[in-house]
Design a protein around this ligand. Structure first.
Ligand code: OSB
Ligand code: MG
Length: 376
């Protein structure tokens, strides 16, 4: 695959319902998409960086900067046999993993099409359907949250995860468990607590939670290991795991019993597979996290979720939970039993709705070797 040009664009998509975590509320997404123009098929990638650097250091603006100034020049004019060669080309740039992931994943997308195989197969996947859970944000009231849970349980989702923070935790779990004593339930704190709140966190053990996700600092393993010793509930790390060495260190320290893999957070498919393998070798289950992706990132998450150690339901759910109209066709749909059937067509398995993408585009640049041309 020779990389001839790269289109970098921003689209805006209002969420059907606001999404609130311990670090803030999102009502509309600004999403960075990359299109890789090769001498063969066109590959698409989505950068999962948020509007603000609140989940991680990256934001859509730092990702645009890294892609335009450093990562695109590292790719343009190169001929690659495999997408897995991309990380070495990007290695000089420290961090900026979501920016790197967008480009590397677009390469995988193109490679799968060029080889005429489904992307999931190229990644080493083995599951023909994936189990789906939902992540439900903090609401304006507990009643509103219970209504949302009711909707998702009825729709068939196999695991409910609720966002939590001090003041929106034990009382909320109490109400959920009164109504649904048996559902698979987990919570995600997005780093809202400190170790001095260990006594409070121990109360979470009463609710038979599948896990508590990233309760302490976003960059910590050590204190999570201390907390895990005091909790019956499994800790799952999200924010803190950036690569397979992190996964190994966190597991060996006893900082987590479960890992959430987000392909953007670890810098692309190659590293996501490496984290998956590291966890698998150590008997630690993984699941696929979500970042309120459009259909492009969502289709890539589906492909990744087919790897054999993705044994817990992920945060990969139906397009209609997020968007009035998704940018892929067909939209991602979830069965009444809470599964997504993995497409068997070559590539990502979903068509790009370019007309809609053009309509949603607020900024677009075509980057070619030597020169940068502003378009539209
Ligand atoms: O911590 O998993 C998280 C969304 C934005 C930032 C962080 C997280 C999330 C989610 C959303 O939980 C999951 C989804 O895409 O449905
Ligand atoms: Mg999380």
């Amino acid at each position: 695959m020779r990389i001839e040009a790269i289109t970098l664009r921003e689209i805006r998509m209002p969420l059907v319902h606001f999404f609130e975590t311990s670090f803030g509320r999102t009502t509309e997404r600004r999403i960075l998409l990359v299109t890789l123009h090769t001498d063969g098929p066109e590959g698409w990638g989505e950068c999962v960086a948020g509007e603000d650097p609140f989940y991680s250091e990256e934001s859509i603006d730092t990702a645009s900067y890294a892609i335009e100034r450093y990562l695109t020049p590292a790719l343009l004019g190169k001929s690659l046999e495999k997408a897995s060669e991309a990380p070495a080309l990007f290695a000089r740039v420290r961090g900026h993993r979501m920016a790197k992931g967008a480009l590397e994943n677009a390469l995988w997308d193109a490679e799968a099409q060029a080889r005429q195989v489904p992307l999931w197969q190229l990644l080493g996947g083995a599951q023909s359907e994936i189990a789906c859970g939902v992540s439900i944000g903090i609401q304006n009231s507990v009643e509103q949250l219970l209504e949302k849970i009711e909707t998702e349980v009825t729709a068939g989702y196999r695991r409910i995860k609720v966002k939590c923070k001090p003041g929106w935790d034990v009382e909320v779990f109490e109400k959920i468990r009164q109504r649904w004593p048996g559902i698979l339930l987990s919570c995600d704190a997005n780093s809202a607590y400190t170790l001095s709140q260990a006594e409070h966190l121990k109360q979470f053990d009463r609710f038979n939670l599948l896990m508590i996700e990233q309760p302490l600092w976003h960059d910590d393993f050590y204190f999570h290991a201390q907390l895990q010793k005091q909790l019956k509930t499994s800790i799952c790390l999200d924010e803190a795991i950036h690569n397979h060495r992190d996964a190994k260190a966190a597991i060996e320290l006893g900082a987590c019993k479960i890992i959430n893999i987000k392909v953007g957070r670890v810098g692309g498919f190659s590293e996501a597979v490496a984290v998956h393998n590291t966890a698998q070798e150590r008997g630690i289950p993984v699941w696929c996290g979500g970042m309120l992706e459009s259909g492009i990132g969502r289709s890539h998450n589906i492909a990744l979720s087919t790897l054999p150690n993705f044994t817990l339901p992920g945060d990969v759910s139906a397009s209609k939970r997020y968007w009035k109209e998704d940018v892929i066709e067909p939209a991602v749909e979830v069965s009444g039993q809470g599964f997504i059937k993995v497409p068997n067509t070559p590539g990502r398995g979903f068509k790009i709705n370019t007309e809609l993408i053009e309509k949603l585009t607020t900024r677009k640049q075509i980057l070619r070797s030597g020169a940068k041309t502003a378009a539209d």
